[in-house]
Design a protein around this ligand. Sequence first.
Ligand SMILES: NC(=O)C1=CN([C@@H]2O[C@H](COP(=O)(O)OP(=O)(O)OC[C@H]3O[C@@H](n4cnc5c(N)ncnc54)[C@H](O)[C@@H]3O)[C@@H](O)[C@H]2O)[C@@H](O)CC1
Ligand SMILES: [K+]
Length: 213
Amino acid sequence: MKTISVDDARAFDQYTIKEVGIPSLVLMERAALKSTENILSLKWDLQHVLIVAGSGNNGGDGLAVARLLKNKGVDAEVLLVGNPKHASIERTQQLNFAKHYGVKILDPNRIYWSKYTVIVDAIFGTGLSRDVAGNYPPIIKSINDAPAKKFSIDVPSGLNADTGKVMGTSVQADGTSTFAYAKKGMVTDNGKDYCGKLFVDDIGIYDPKTFEK
Ligand SMILES: NC(=O)C1=CN([C@@H]2O[C@H](COP(=O)(O)OP(=O)(O)OC[C@H]3O[C@@H](n4cnc5c(N)ncnc54)[C@H](O)[C@@H]3O)[C@@H](O)[C@H]2O)[C@@H](O)CC1
Ligand SMILES: [K+]
């Protein structure tokens, strides 16, 4: 299986958006469609689904998954984490789309973690750049301690996708949807353990070298 570095993943994303001209939001929708398809394919109990969405584009993916699940009649609710002032454009757009379809945005002080049957981890993806700290470790602990099945978007939040090492703490996923290519860290023993069942999704992002004229 072809594996790439986080830097490659981010460079291929930007190449697709800036050079090729496919809008970021289009890639995000494709990422969400594939992730939703993968979650449904696992045949888990979707009675109560919680999406934990960070302030960046990984969070944007998660909000799009929440909307797609809601549109399929799944009771998907969202916990927003991270500094809303740092929210990316696409994540903000996805929040508005989700609200349009009545996706419930929860009060962070009233989360009943044990209620959920599936928790979708959309806190950090390839943007993780340092050890998880601050208010994130308790959230990740609540996710890991919850009885729900866990599904991570792109990278289990807290896993270093280059080395497969845990950056302080990480979500321990039962399934992960990663985009374009598997990241090097995901095929290490530790990485495999944290990703659970790995789906590698073609969302229209490719290594430009494969198209060198
Ligand atoms: N347009 C694109 O580039 C696409 C990006 N995609 C998604 O976007 C993700 C990358 O999004 P972003 O670059 O916004 O970053 P992330 O959404 O991975 O991270 C969010 C933000 O968290 C902050 N952060 C990093 N480490 C932290 C730490 N330890 N503690 C607290 N905050 C921390 C960073 O400022 C980062 O911007 C991918 O993993 C994928 O899920 C996909 O939607 C495909 C298209
Ligand atoms: K994630």
